[in-house]
Design a protein around this ligand. Structure first.
Ligand code: PLP
Length: 352
């Protein structure tokens, strides 16, 4: 058995999360956002599992990712590429893998019109000012866009994680106006948190990402399952003496004798250094505070409360049923998004 850090990806739970989100808006199609290697968890395995669960629509950021989904999810899947087409090699990928380009600028539209002319979606800027065509287009420009026969019109919410933020209503209003100019085209506005904002935000298609992977903080009544268990091995168990220090910089001082364990995980694996002194690992049901700074390959935790001293090689949970993704991310001063997508290549992915 390897003692490298291990991420056990629970594809069945990810499929269940997709079903849970799908059930929220019965009239709408529920897509799956699998960009960035399915948020670090493995795009091919997850796309396949979701396809089997009934998901037929996928979103990625790059055509290379789209080609991977095409291979995993089969011919009938619809695959949207969010970042849009760029000149060069991109265009052949769109053709070869039958990808739908999300066009978000005049340059995208021109490029698409002059080259691939395949299936496309239109993204509008309703206030986030990231990617999107302007919403104040004239009738002539709109007619030109309609001639592209887009299969979807979409926009993206900037503040969906804050249900009371006025941006949500403002963006919805701006989106309604532009969606009305494409009466026969399905519309999409909601990411994961947008799915929690009610029926008015669901339109014809929702685009959850993080929630599939067990992230976000859904409102009461929506239960998402754990998607990944991140474990390290215990490499060493020893008593740290009162007055001693732990880790680089000797930032943690022991006020009494404590039983310590050093684990095989570090910032090289994507655990933010900012989690030092803040995160909690779990030895079975025992919460074990992370002491001192996180090293490149090692983290020292306090296991004083354990009833039975763990064996060398025993696993400690840093993400999972006890070590909740959003709680761990917040202990590091970051979000579930960044923690998941930051998990490094040294973390062995195991699928269950
Ligand atoms: C990443 C992304 C999503 C998914 O967002 P989550 O917050 O992870 O659900 C949806 N739409 C667009 C345009 C995105 O870039």
């Amino acid at each position: 058995m390897s003692h490298m850090p291990r991420a056990t990806v629970l594809t069945g739970n990810i499929a269940d999360n997709w079903r849970t989100l799908d059930a929220l808006h019965p009239g709408a199609t529920t897509a799956a956002v699998v960009k960035a290697d399915a948020y670090g968890l493995g795009i091919a395995r997850i796309a396949r599992a979701l396809r089997i669960a009934g998901c037929q629509t996928f979103f990625v950021a790059y055509p290379e990712e789209g080609a991977a989904v095409r291979k995993a999810a089969g011919k009938a899947a619809r695959i949207f590429v969010l970042n849009g087409p760029m000149p060069g090699r991109d265009l052949a990928l769109y053709r070869d893998a039958d990808l739908t380009a999300v066009l978000s600028s005049e340059a995208h539209v021109l490029l698409w019109n002059n080259t691939v002319q395949g299936s496309c979606a239109l993204q509008f800027n309703t206030g986030m000012n990231r990617l999107g065509l302007p919403t104040d287009l004239g009738e002539k420009e709109l007619a030109g866009l309609r001639r592209l026969q887009p299969v979807l019109v979409m926009s993206h919410l900037a503040c969906a994680d804050e249900p009371d933020h006025p941006m949500n209503a403002q963006q919805r209003k701006a989106f309604n106006e532009v969606a009305d100019a494409f009466p026969d085209t399905p519309a999409s506005l909601a990411n994961s948190n947008g799915c929690y904002l009610g029926k008015k935000f669901a339109y014809d298609l929702t685009r959850p990402g993080l929630a599939l992977y067990g992230g976000t903080q859904p409102p009461a009544g929506i239960d998402l399952k754990t998607a990944v268990i991140l474990e390290a091995s215990i490499l060493s168990v020893f008593t740290g003496r009162a007055g001693g220090h732990v880790g680089y910089g000797a930032t943690h001082t022991l006020t009494e004798d404590r039983l310590l364990a050093t684990c095989s995980l570090g910032y090289a694996d994507g655990i933010p250094r900012s989690g030092g002194g803040q995160m909690t690992a779990w030895l079975g049901d025992l919460p074990c505070p992370v002491l001192g700074r996180i090293s490149m390959d090692l983290i020292t935790i306090d296991i004083t409360g354990c009833t039975k001293q763990p064996k060398i090689g025993e696993r400690v949970e840093f993400l999972g049923e006890n070590a909740k993704l959003e709680a761990q991310a917040s202990a590091c001063g970051t979000l579930g998004y960044e923690l998941l997508t930051g998990l490094g290549p040294r973390v062995q992915r195991v699928y269950r």
